[in-house]
Ligand binder design. Structure first.
Ligand code: XIL
Length: 461
């Protein structure tokens, strides 16, 4: 697919009565401009992994449907789910993912047909002269079931050791290195239109393991084995995206193969802080820019939608915060850097209506933030001609912010749309006078101040 360089126009500004109202939001681009739209304009896709249980989380699925145009089932097409005992197949969970994807205009990467992990015990227990037939039957049955519905298959997942030799799993032990070509040929026969991939981790940069993959796929190509691409999982540690990643991708594409970033995440030692989140934003931009720079890099998929559904905390204790969305599915700095790398704008001029001309209040606020906390000071000025006797100031806290204490006001509830009410000694504000209060809050990365205040039902300037 040729790359186009469609420029996405910045959102329009709204001028009302000579007032220009601008607010910086953390959503990229104009409203509705998801990563998928930006990616498509650059000729690539942007995907996510989804598990069946994710489908019942409406916050998660709303983000997934708006932002991503490719889905990889997190577990549902793996051998332990699809053929838990010899010859008995279960495609229900995988079908649920495919049907979600189809109803949201998303394509699907099948993941995976052959892998040493999440492999049911019966395969490991087979006598070695029965492994090939079992593998071929599994591939044929599963790839036939999904025939025509998938963009790609990870035919063999994680076949390499770190030193570039082949992993001695049930398949290698039974068939030697020839199992890879056999698996690819079997998958191609079942679904000739699916792009066939070998997928692995720690092959993003140039190293012994990616050299092993390079040697293997060169050989497969020269032997005419049906292989279309190499998947770079890209489970990174913050600050450790290899500098040789782009050159490494280029050497694979020079063989006539596609490459894809298949399982991107970037884990942080918890708790994350503003500097690790900023580094993560840089890492995401680096990865996206690498894909954009390599003409046969077909797309980027993140492994999960947000930190709340990421596999990282469960697998790497003490680490997490590895995705573009926080635990409340609010975008993190990495979301903005990704959108920017894809050509989007992270500064949106919003169309907040102006306060009425007869507004009788003005509000200023300022935020001081650190790792996971912030303090905010707010000053209300009575710009009207009548005294205020008792006040309630309504505003909305940024996603992920939770008030832990307040002074000179009582604030309820602790998050979302809140009301700050005067305490006993500061309810009266004479015309021209001001009153100040403040609060301390925790946050999950979004430290924005509220931009819109309503005092006793009247919007303030
Ligand atoms: C992970 C899933 O996300 C977890 O839910 C599961 O418990 C283990 O597998 N490489 C892969 C993925 O190719 O299939 C893995 O997914 C993550 C590492």
């Amino acid at each position: 697919m040729p790359r186009t360089t469609t420029a996405l126009a910045a959102a329009a500004t709204l001028a009302v009565g000579g007032l220009l109202l601008a607010a910086v939001t953390s959503q990229a681009g104009a409203a509705g401009t998801g990563l998928k739209t930006l990616a498509e304009a650059k000729g690539i896709y942007f995907g996510t992994a989804l598990t069946q249980s994710n489908l019942s989380n409406s916050t998660l699925t709303a983000v997934a449907g708006a932002q991503f145009d490719m889905v990889t089932p997190g577990n549902e097409m793996k051998w332990d789910t699809t053929e838990p005992s010899n010859g008995s197949y279960n495609f229900g969970p995988g079908d649920a993912i495919v049907s979600f994807a189809q109803s949201h205009d998303m394509r699907v990467r099948g993941h995976n047909l052959v892998w040493h992990s999440q492999l049911p015990g019966w395969v490991n227990g087979l006598p070695s002269n029965q492994v090939q037939a079992a593998m071929e039957a599994h591939i044929t049955t599963e790839a036939t079931h999904y025939k025509g519905k998938l963009y790609a298959w990870d035919v063999v997942n994680e076949p390499f050791n770190e030193d570039g030799s082949l992993r001695q799993d049930a398949f290698y032990n039974a068939m030697g290195s020839g199992y890879l070509a056999d698996a690819l040929r079997t998958a191609h026969a079942a679904d000739p239109n699916a792009k066939l991939y070998l997928n692995d981790y720690n092959i993003e940069g140039q190293n012994a393991k990616s050299d092993g993959m390079y040697r293997l796929v060169s050989q497969l190509k020269s032997q005419g084995v049906p292989i279309d691409g190499v998947g770079l999982e890209s489970h990174f540690i913050v600050g450790q995206v290899p500098s040789s990643m782009r050159a490494n991708m280029q050497r694979f594409t020079a063989l006539g193969l596609d490459v894809a970033i298949t399982e991107l995440d970037d884990r942080i030692q918890l708790p994350a802080n503003s500097s690790t989140l900023a580094q993560q934003a840089t890492d995401y931009a680096t990865v996206v820019n690498n894909c954009l720079a390599v003409s046969r890099c077909v797309g980027v998929s993140q492994w999960g939608v947000g930190d709340a559904d990421s596999w990282i905390p469960g697998t790497f204790p003490g680490q997490g915060a590895a995705t573009m969305y926080d635990n409340n599915y609010q975008p993190k700095p990495a979301y903005n850097s990704t959108a920017t790398a894809l050509g989007g704008s992270t500064t949106t001029t919003t169309t907040t209506p102006p306060p009425p001309p007869n507004s009788t209040c003005a509000v200023t606020d300022s935020v001081n933030a650190w790792n996971t906390g912030l303090t905010e000071s707010i000053t209300i000025t009575n710009t009207g001609t009548a005294p205020i006797n008792g006040w309630s100031l309504a505003f909305t806290l940024a996603g992920g912010q939770t008030v832990t204490s307040a002074w000179n006001a009582s604030i309820t509830p602790a998050s979302g749309q809140v009301a700050a009410k005067n305490v006993g000694y500061n309810g009266s504000v004479a015309p021209g006078a001001s009153v100040s209060f403040g609060f301390q809050a925790t946050h999950t990365g979004n430290t924005s101040a509220p931009g819109d205040f309503t005092l006793n039902g009247t919007r303030c300037a």
